[in-house]
Design a protein around this ligand. Structure first.
Ligand code: GDP
Length: 425
């Protein structure tokens, strides 16, 4: 059985959604296994332009079954909104092509409030959260202070569980933040309007995936964010609150004994980073603004301008290792067209010494980028479909990255549309 994880190598927004959308042709299932609706994939295909937050990117392909595993932060309110939005754009979403693990924990209404309240309390020391409640949700999940989606099947019992959690959470809302408490009526409304509609999509995911595996179904695991945002291996505390690594795919999907056969790492041809935290290769001023505009680097969820910089080979090599990438897809190479030279961050300087080792998170603040440049190219490459059609300078750039990160780059994306992909043989 084929089991491939598509994961971000850097800070997220590498273009995973676009690559998954392109790859889904070869797979029967597309599975989200961690994170929530806090990031957004932008997917452009013959059905239109979509910003996906929690729905797997296979939702557009007929015959593909999309899965939300037990590892995701299941926000019924936003999921139901997203289902309705995508449906309104002409995409059919039914219990046949979307399945949700009954073991997924629910992101409760107060998680979003707590996220925003804590960011407001921190003021200029904030984490740069998207305020979707992800950190409070995962904290509560590990404290066993939320409920499993499958509990919604028993309305007679679920209200008592929710009220107990509400009483506990109201203490924090009122006493710590001076915010308004939740009421039973608010929870009843939430259950009725946001939770009831997702009930038909719930299933025992482990049984379902075991059967799918026995039938030889091909599985694609879609991660959110990137290696540097991984809770355990990223730039803590400026990470997300879940594991963005491929290694988490078996646990977060519902098939804990799964062995991945392939890990496809997604790397952007330059660097971007949303939110706070160290970003060693960051560019500023006009140069940064020009790159941001060329790449349309504004957050899919928040619209926030992304921080930008040259490709960071130190961080990318680390990301490739953490993800165990077996192949890399390089995206947005077309955005670099028209430059005389292209900068690359090849090493860091820490305490006066140059290093190619990705430092411990708190050392990153003292790291400076060591830059080199390579010749650019002027030709429009968005129509190129074969390696040989790329200008020599573009090929040299890709080959240099490949050498530095120690992983083959068989796929090169030269535009947002599905067909704008070069397969190197
Ligand atoms: P994800 O969360 O990793 O899927 O990334 P995002 O969706 O946040 O960001 C990727 C953005 O880049 C989307 O708007 C894509 O349509 C766009 N994109 C992806 N690949 C390419 C490419 O090769 N060239 C260009 N110009 N845009 C691309």
């Amino acid at each position: 059985m084929e089991a491939c994880a598509v994961v971000g190598i850097n800070w997220g927004d590498e273009g995973k959604g676009r690559v998954v959308d392109w790859l889904t042709e070869k797979y029967d299932l597309v599975i989200r296994y961690q994170g929530g609706g806090n990031a957004g994939h932008t997917v452009i295909n013959e059905k239109g332009k979509f910003a996906l937050h929690l729905l797997p990117s296979g939702i557009f392909r007929d015959g593909v079954v999309n899965v939300l595993g037990p590892g995701v932060a299941l926000d019924p309110e936003n999921l139901w909104k997203e289902i309705q939005e995508v449906t309104a754009q002409g995409v059919a979403i039914t219990p046949e092509n979307l399945k949700i693990s009954d073991r997924a924990s629910l992101l409760l209404p107060w998680h979003r409030d707590l996220d925003a309240l804590e960011e407001a309390r921190l003021k200029d020391r904030k984490y740069g959260s998207t305020r979707q409640g992800i950190a409070p949700f995962y904290s509560d999940k590990y404290q066993k202070k939320t409920i499993l989606a499958g509990e919604l099947r028993r309305p007679d019992r679920v209200m008592a569980r929710l009220e107990e959690l509400m009483t506990w959470k109201n203490l924090t809302l009122e006493r710590v933040y001076g915010a308004a408490p939740y009421t039973r009526e608010m929870l009843e409304k939430w259950l009725e309007e946001s939770c009831r509609p997702i009930l038909p999509f719930l299933c025992d995911m482990t049984t379902y995936l075991r059967e799918a595996r026995a039938q030889g179904k091909r599985m694609l695991f879609e991660a959110q964010l990137g290696a540097l945002r991984d809770l355990d291996y990223g730039i803590y505390p400026y990470t997300t609150s879940s594991d963005t690594t491929a290694a988490y795919a078996p646990i977060g999907s519902g098939l804990p004994d799964l062995k991945l056969t392939e890990v496809m790492g997604i790397v952007k041809a330059y660097s971007t980073c949303v939110g706070e935290g160290p970003f060693v290769c960051e560019m500023f001023g006009e140069e940064a603004e020009e790159l941001r505009k060329a790449g349309a680097e504004y957050g899919a969820k928040t619209g926030r301008p992304r921080r930008v910089g040259p490709i960071d080979l130190v961080a990318t090599r680390y990301g490739v290792q953490v993800q165990g990438a077996t192949a890399v897809a390089l995206t947005k190479l077309d955005v670099l067209t028209g430059r005389e030279t292209i900068p690359l961050c090849v090493r860091y300087r820490v305490d006066g010494e140059e290093t190619d080792r990705f430092p411990f998170p708190t050392e990153l603040a003292d790291a400076e980028p060591v830059l080199e440049t390579m010749p650019g190219w002027q030709e429009d490459i968005s129509k190129a479909r074969r390696w040989e059609e790329l200008p020599e300078a573009a090929r040299n750039y890709v080959e240099r990255i490949e050498r530095e990160i120690g992983c083959p780059i068989p796929f090169i994306s030269v535009g947002p549309e599905r067909e704008c992909m070069i397969l190197r043989s």
